[in-house]
Design a protein around this ligand. Structure first.
Ligand code: FES
Length: 126
């Protein structure tokens, strides 16, 4: 049985925003879901502590692609301290919900963004 996706999920899945890679990224975060094997990488470009640009690469299900796309939109322009607070449920809510069996997919997006910001901070310290 295929899960029921909201219109917004389908839109972001079929027309993902900010897909791709940032070659000279200031922070990169990759996370995988061991259960389904899906992998997501988020790249961020930061200026004056604000996320100037953000892109993603996702090998995963439709919900994983839609949540990646949505989180890039949520993160763009935000201060890194704000962006790191974006939660899994923020992403799902912005997409007008995800089917319960697909909620875990939104974990990837929030975790990958968090990992990219951590990576950025680590590099800053050096
Ligand atoms: Fe793996 Fe959705 S099924 S992230």
């Amino acid at each position: 049985m295929s899960p029921q996706y909201s219109k917004k999920v389908m839109d972001h899945f079929l027309h993902p925003r900010n897909m791709g890679e940032i070659k000279d990224a200031d922070g990169i975060g990759t996370v995988g879901n061991p259960t389904c094997g899906d992998i997501m990488t988020i790249y961020i470009k930061v200026k004056d502590e604000k996320i100037q640009d953000v892109k993603f690469k996702t090998f995963g299900c439709g919900a994983a692609i839609a949540t990646s796309s949505m989180i890039t939109e949520l993160a763009k322009g935000k201060h890194v301290d704000e962006a790191i607070k974006i939660t899994r449920s923020d992403v799902a809510n912005e997409l007008d919900g995800l089917p319960p069996v697909k909620m875990h997919c939104s974990n990837l997006a929030a975790d990958a963004l968090g990992a990219a910001i951590e990576d950025y901070r680590k590099k800053q310290k050096k």
